[in-house]
Write a protein that binds this ligand. Structure first.
Ligand code: NAP
Length: 292
């Protein structure tokens, strides 16, 4: 049970809708295991009320909050400052209230990198193929640039639209954005040392879908990463795993971004195993809820 008193510091997440957010379960587990006097709640904020809501949280003295869809970019105009990661990605997922000044951060990039680091996969000088060019891809690409990947190939169904959306990264890395039907994509797959799916292809409930990969072209030592966390094994991952590739799903990234946010608010590194357990319990409860 949560013990809330007059000294409790407040945290939460804003989004629209917010009922599906997994952050309250994860952050409650982090609070419990750290034994700190904080409370974390889900707050539905309609897009038209975003600025008012953020001012409200500042006035109420919230220590911080997470920001989720659809507010990750729009919230930037409501803040006093954003850090380099948030600026390059163009999105904020964590706000820290430092004595009334609201600082915007992006912890998705740390979460993504933590996934690879925990598997012992170094990025420096590696050739990476990414599927998808949306919001999550921007965090992935910025992480790869920061860690000095040798080459980044983004494969996408509509390369024209994606090229424009990713144009601001083009000077920062050896990066190409190509249609995944293009011959250049096929040769990038042959050279790839890390493959990352950032599309929603294969996410529950459309679990039969997968980004297009000709596995015969992919090196046996390539590392295959899907940032989707539900189901735990997407079709992309089981296709890879059944061929003997090392694989990772999006759970570590999701827990990692939450753990990083918790550290920023409290100064304490949380128990990530407890957060992961809470996350998986909630995901399984949701799956059971939709079965019947
Ligand atoms: P997004 O901004 O909507 O971007 C999705 C990308 O996938 C776009 O490039 C889109 O291309 C492409 N795409 C979507 N549907 C497609 C289809 N049917 N066929 C081909 N391409 C398609 O979404 P996002 O926020 O980046 O999220 C993407 C995924 O990452 C979601 O599954 C989300 O759950 C996951 N994610 C995980 C974490 C984590 O912590 N593990 C964090 C963030 C996101 P078009 O522009 O052509 O539509």
């Amino acid at each position: 049970m949560l013990n809330v008193s007059g000294t409790t510091k407040n945290l939460g997440v804003i989004g629209w809708p917010i009922v599906h957010s997994l952050s309250p379960a994860m952050q409650a587990a982090a609070i419990r295991s750290a034994g700190v006097d904080y409370a974390y709640i889900a707050m539905p904020v309609h897009p038209e009320k975003l600025a008012q809501a953020v001012e409200g949280l500042r006035s109420l003295g919230f220590r911080g909050f997470n920001v989720t869809i659809p507010h990750k970019t729009a919230v930037i105009d409501c803040l006093d400052e954003i850090d380099e990661d948030a600026r390059r990605i163009g999105a904020v997922n964590t706000v820290v209230n430092e004595d009334g000044r609201l600082l915007g951060r992006n912890t998705d990039v740390a979460g993504f990198l933590q996934g690879l680091a925990k598997q012992g996969v170094a990025i420096r000088n590696k050739k990476v193929v990414i599927f998808g060019a949306g919001g999550a891809a921007r965090a992935v690409i910025w992480g790869l640039i920061r860690e000095q990947a040798a080459k980044i190939t983004v494969g996408i169904r509509d390369a024209g639209k994606a090229k424009a959306a990713l144009a601001d990264f083009s000077g920062a890395a050896d990066m190409e954005v190509v249609s995944w039907n293009d011959g250049r994509f096929a040769s990038a797959l042959e050279g790839a040392e890390i493959l990352v799916n950032t599309t929603p292809l294969g996410m529950t409930p459309k679990i039969e879908e997968a980004p297009p990969v000709d596995w015969d072209r992919v090196r046996s030592e390539a590392f295959v990463y899907d940032i989707i966390y539900t189901p735990e094994r997407t079709r992309f991952l089981w296709e890879a795993e059944s061929r003997g590739y090392r694989v990772l799903n999006g759970t570590t990234m999701l827990v990692g971004q939450g753990a990083e946010a918790f550290s920023m608010w409290t100064g304490i590194r949380p128990d990530e195993a407890a957060m992961e357990k809470a996350l998986l319990d909630s995901l399984r409860a949701k799956e059971r809820g939709t079965e019947g």
